[in-house]
Design a protein around this ligand. Structure first.
Ligand code: AMZ
Length: 447
């Protein structure tokens, strides 16, 4: 940076982190932690952990990572956390956390820019309130939040131990929406507001996961998971992946069907073709039953792995995997009459879907994909009531699956998600392949 040129500043949400950005982010984080401020850690956890942590954030739908750049280099970061959404009150508020700027980049106003970027994002997602907490020793941050209109509403006297000292923590909150927006959700709060008839808050967007189910190397769809009732749609999984991405899809959902029956990956070549051709994150399930298989696919470029049978039969594996790969382990719960099926759905266990989901949530899975087997491939509509009931008992996001046949089914899910904010996305297979639903139309409805 030359002294006579003002620095360029920017704050943005990041979706992927290249090597240079990751390096700069870890360095800035380390410097901020060593300086004693602005992050959850009180001592440096080391480069490997930091890297794992940031990669994990990018894969957890409930978290959004924002970075601040000084002359193009990342020098700080903050996160928007969309907390458990079990009820309406929780669904109203988001949290700003782990905000920091490296000591060498302070004084330019980047922290303010990042905070405003987070606020804009939270506002666009329909949140009414942004909460945050900060140590009493972080005086610059306290001044900043004060000047941005945050209200200090509480103090925790034993908030953190820093350098052998106990320090207090301050809790701040800010109302994000204008009075018109607020009126839509709490009419009594602004009964006298002249603009009380403004529309309701923007509902959150749902992720569309187009399904690539692989059988004998080809892209297929089954009906109710029966291997005998199969429709082959493409014998080129790589081309199929490209097609869904070209149509605007931001994720791919891949299942190795032979693998789910065999208990090990069978369609490895086809999966590799999908990974090589997908410019978007891929989640993969089917036949992943041990740590070696999980590691293999995560290091081969899969963003998240889905564990189904292992969740029922080997929960310790799920726990260990969640610890080793935070944010990258998803549980697939496939239910027949509310009971969980395994081994390619050939076996039905005694376990209820809700029981398993709660256990998996405790293990730390990033999301739960819930499939109603009776509807899968039948085009008759999702089991929205069951999916909502499940998500209402969880703080982990739920992806709905099984039965989408028409655009109205997605509209119904979107409408239901206002009451069930834990629903994060939906898997669509046959209806997309048959052209009953156009990807762009689906993305427009869900987005
Ligand atoms: O259609 C089926 N018979 C089927 C299917 N789609 N069987 C399993 N699966 C999927 C699950 C989950 O994503 O929905 O395979 C995954 C689970 O595999 P596993 O091997 O972990 O149980």
């Amino acid at each position: 940076m030359t002294p006579d040129r003002p620095p360029t500043l920017s704050a943005e949400r990041v979706g992927v982190l290249g090597d240079d950005d990751m390096q700069a982010l870890c360095e800035a984080t380390d410097a901020a932690i060593l300086d004693g401020g602005g992050f959850g850690w009180v001592s440096s956890p080391g480069r490997r952990i930091l890297e794992q942590y940031f990669r994990g954030i990018l894969l957890v739908p409930e978290r959004a990572l924002f970075v601040g750049r000084l002359d193009g280099t990342i020098v700080g970061a903050t996160q928007l956390l969309r907390p458990p959404r079990n009820n309406e009150a929780q669904a109203m508020s988001a949290t700003l956390m782990h905000s920091f700027i490296a000591p060498y980049a302070r004084g330019h106003g980047l922290a303010r820019m990042m905070t405003e970027a987070v606020e804009d994002c939270a506002r666009a997602l329909g949140y009414q309130v942004l909460n945050l907490d900060v140590r009493e020793t972080q005086e610059a941050a306290i001044r900043l939040y004060d000047s941005l209109g945050y209200r200090h509403w509480g103090t925790h006297p034993h908030y953190a131990r820093v350098g052998g000292e106990t320090v207090a923590g301050f809790f701040f909150t800010k109302r994000l929406q204008d009075r018109g927006r607020l009126a839509a959700s709490r009419p009594e709060a602004v009964a006298t507001a002249p603009d009380a008839d403004k529309p309701a808050p923007v509902p959150r967007s749902l992720t569309l996961y187009p399904a690539i189910d692989l059988k004998d190397g080809a892209c297929v769809r089954l009906r109710r998971g029966e291997m005998g009732d199969v429709t082959v749609y493409s014998d080129d999984p790589g081309a199929q992946a490209r097609a869904w991405v070209a149509a605007g899809c931001r994720w791919l959902h891949v299942v190795d069907l032979n693998g789910a029956f065999a208990g090990r990956s069978v369609n490895a070549e086809a999966i590799e073709a999908v990974i090589a051709n997908a410019e978007v994150p891929v989640q993969l399930g089917g036949g992943l039953r041990d740590m070696a298989a999980i590691e293999r696919w995560l290091s081969a470029g899969v963003a998240r792995v889905i564990l189904g049978s292992a969740a029922v039969k080997n929960p310790e594996l799920v726990r260990d995997a969640c610890r080793a790969f935070p944010g990258r382990i998803v549980c697939g719960i496939d239910a027949r009459d509310g009971r969980v099926a395994t081994e390619g759905w050939a076996e039905v266990s005694e376990l209820s879907a809700v029981e398993l989901a709660l256990r998996m949530q405790d293990m730390g899975v990033a999301a739960i994909v819930f499939t109603e087997i009776a509807r899968d491939g039948m085009l008759t509509g999702l089991d929205i009531a069951q999916t909502c009931a499940l998500s209402a008992q969880l703080s982990t996001p739920v992806v709905a699956s099984g039965g989408v046949g028409r655009i109205e089914h997605l509209q119904a899910l979107k409408a239901a998600s206002a009451q069930c904010p834990g629903i994060e996305g939906v898997i669509v297979g046959r209806a997309l392949y048959d052209g009953r639903i156009e990807p762009r139309e689906a993305l427009a409805v869900l987005g």
